[in-house]
Design a protein around this ligand. Structure first.
Ligand SMILES: Cc1cc2nc3c(=O)[nH]c(=O)nc-3n(C[C@H](O)[C@H](O)[C@H](O)COP(=O)(O)OP(=O)(O)OC[C@H]3O[C@@H](n4cnc5c(N)ncnc54)[C@H](O)[C@@H]3O)c2cc1C
Length: 528
């Protein structure tokens, strides 16, 4: 450890073995993996700890007021400002996530033909990645049942916890689907729960999980699972309120020599042997693009021109299906269906994944769909919510170079994006309607017709952002090598969802966590 004077700031700081930027699924998990090495680690987090108070569980501040969403302004392709749904806290987006912790399917690691183009192959196979998935599932205490879903790959170890039991309404749905020839399976859930002592239905409000922070820290998020257990170690330093602005490189441009930070109104520069960027797909690209220099005129590590490109975020739909029966489920996210995930069985194209959402309520409906629900009285929304079965449909979004993050002269994020695979997403929606009709939900509707409320996620819903620094073997077409090290910079790694060459049609966090463990083990070896 050596003290040094920052090149521009005049602030004395220390030298670290590893500097990790961001504490979410990627950065937090990397810190946890490296902590046992005894190396000196600095975690730089732009946000603070998410305050724990009753608002955490209150749909009004969470969904209507957007209390936990950052005040960032980003701009679309036409230069129109919008507020992205990003969350800057220790734990990153996982503080709000639904903790549905899926593995990509083996087919996702290969090339897949879609209606709108090709989902490219990864430079690693599923089998090579599998051990890291297992490590991540055990670290994040995932509940599930490997072996139920025919689309999943092999697993070297069963989940650490049995699948969370379906509550009665969801069990009924599962049985009806099975009787109808479908293959529902228990969804993998990252929840800190021992059902032998306490069923999920007693979780009360925190069991809504999706979109809510957990006041009692019973959700397997990156703060609770990865950062808190290591942050008091003498070798780990966590600085909150530390926004990384850019990275400096020495002459030749092959080594990051300084991490430039804005903290408490001061500009500080930190030095580390290894710098691991994990600020989220858009912000990691932003930092690299803001770090242009003579050696890297188009942005750091961007000789390929790929930094910021191939932005993906899934083609998703939230859907509320109504049945005659009440749905008093508390923890609803226990069931999923992958029957339409792959092409085949008469389907020309892969359509995607169907899973449950956190249970809806009137306030959340208002927050999510203000236009649609504006005129509806609260009692009517409450009645709808009481009968609602909430579904989340995900179709793969393809990496297109035109879908990209750029920065303007002031360093603001511009996001140019047009969705892919709309026809496949429509195909999945149609299959779900057929499926629900088949299990009798349509004939037990409370309205006078077969009623589904459907919401399309707009550009601001960047929850599943990924793909802006893809990994690969060819420096001409990828930003990172197979170990997620920048092809052009010896000590720079990117370990958030930026590295995804394709996103598949399941939630991304477990893959980011597994990859962070993989990269962490590589770094442990590299650092000796
Ligand atoms: C409401 C919601 C529900 C979701 N549900 C699920 C789910 O059920 N399952 C699933 O798999 N995924 C889910 N996701 C997505 C999942 O949370 C993300 O894919 C995952 O957290 C991405 O990990 P990451 O490391 O790339 O980024 P993040 O987890 O967002 O971490 C990025 C970190 O970098 C910090 N940061 C940003 N800029 C800077 C900077 N300049 N300097 C310093 N720090 C910076 C941020 O504050 C943050 O801590 C959900 C997301 C949301 C928002």
């Amino acid at each position: 450890m050596t003290a040094f004077r920052g090149p521009h700031s005049g602030i004395v700081t220390e030298r670290y073995d590893v500097i990790i930027i961001g504490t979410g699924a990627g950065g937090g998990t990397l810190a946890h993996t490296l902590a046992s090495s005894g190396k000196k680690i600095l975690l730089l987090e732009r946000g603070d700890f998410l305050p724990r108070d009753m608002d955490n569980w209150n749909p009004e501040p969470v969904f209507v007021d957007g209390k936990y969403i950052s005040h960032d302004t980003w701009y679309d392709a036409d230069g129109q400002p919008f507020q992205p749904q990003v969350h800057y806290y220790v734990g990153g987006a996982t503080k709000m996530y639904g903790a549905a912790l899926y593995r990509l399917r083996p087919a996702d690691f290969g090339e897949i033909k879609h209606m709108d183009g090709i989902s490219p192959a990864w430079p690693l196979s599923y089998d090579e990645f599998e051990p890291w998935y297992t490590r991540a599932e055990w670290l994040y205490q995932v509940h599930g049942a490997h072996g139920e879903d025919p689309t999943e790959g092999h697993w070297s170890r069963q989940y650490p916890w049995p699948a969370v039991s379906h509550e009665p309404r969801i069990q009924q749905l599962a049985s009806d689907l099975q009787a109808g020839g479908y293959q529902p399976f228990h969804a993998p859930c990252g929840i800190l729960l021992d059902e032998a002592r306490r069923p999920a239905s007693t979780c009360i409000r925190c069991a809504w999980c999706d979109g809510y922070p957990c006041l009692v820290h019973a959700k397997s998020d990156a703060e609770t699972i990865a950062v808190r257990p290591v942050m008091d170690l003498p070798t780990v330093t966590l600085l909150t309120g530390a926004e990384v602005l850019s990275l400096e490189t020495g002459s030749g441009g092959r080594v990051v020599t300084g991490v430039v930070v804005s903290r408490g109104g001061q500009r500080e520069v930190y030095q580390g042997d290894i710098v691991a960027l994990a600020a989220g797909a858009a912000n990691s690209a932003r930092i690299l693009l803001r770090s242009a220099s003579d050696e890297h005129p188009d942005g750091l590590a961007n000789g390929s021109g790929q930094v910021g490109r191939n932005y993906m975020f899934h083609n998703s739909k939230a859907m509320v299906a109504l049945g005659k029966e009440r749905n008093d489920t508390v923890y609803q996210k226990t069931l999923a269906v992958n029957d339409f995930y792959l092409a085949g069985d008469g389907r020309e194209w892969p359509l995607g994944n169907i899973q449950m959402l956190g249970k809806s309520n009137a306030e959340a409906m208002k927050g999510e769909e203000p236009k649609l629900t504006k005129l509806a009285p609260h009692w009517s929304l409450a009645e709808v919510a009481a009968h609602a079965v909430d579904l989340w449909l995900t179709t793969e979004d393809l990496p297109k170079p035109r879908n990209r993050v750029t920065v303007d002269r002031d360093g603001n994020v511009h996001l140019a994006y047009s969705q892919t695979n709309d026809a496949e997403a429509a195909g999945l929606y149609k299959e779900v309607k057929t499926m629900l009709n088949h299990v009798g939900m349509a004939s037990h509707h409370i309205l006078d017709k077969n009623y589904y409320m459907k919401m399309n996620v707009a550009l601001a819903g960047v929850a599943h952002q990924s793909g802006t620094c893809r990994f690969g073997t060819d420096p001409a077409t990828s930003v990172l090598d197979v170990n997620c090290r920048a092809h052009e910079v010896d000590n720079l790694y990117v370990v958030d969802t930026s590295f995804f060459p394709s996103i598949g049609a399941v939630n991304p966090a477990l893959t980011a966590m597994a990859n962070a463990i993989r990269v962490g083990e590589h770094l442990t070896g590299r650092l000796g």
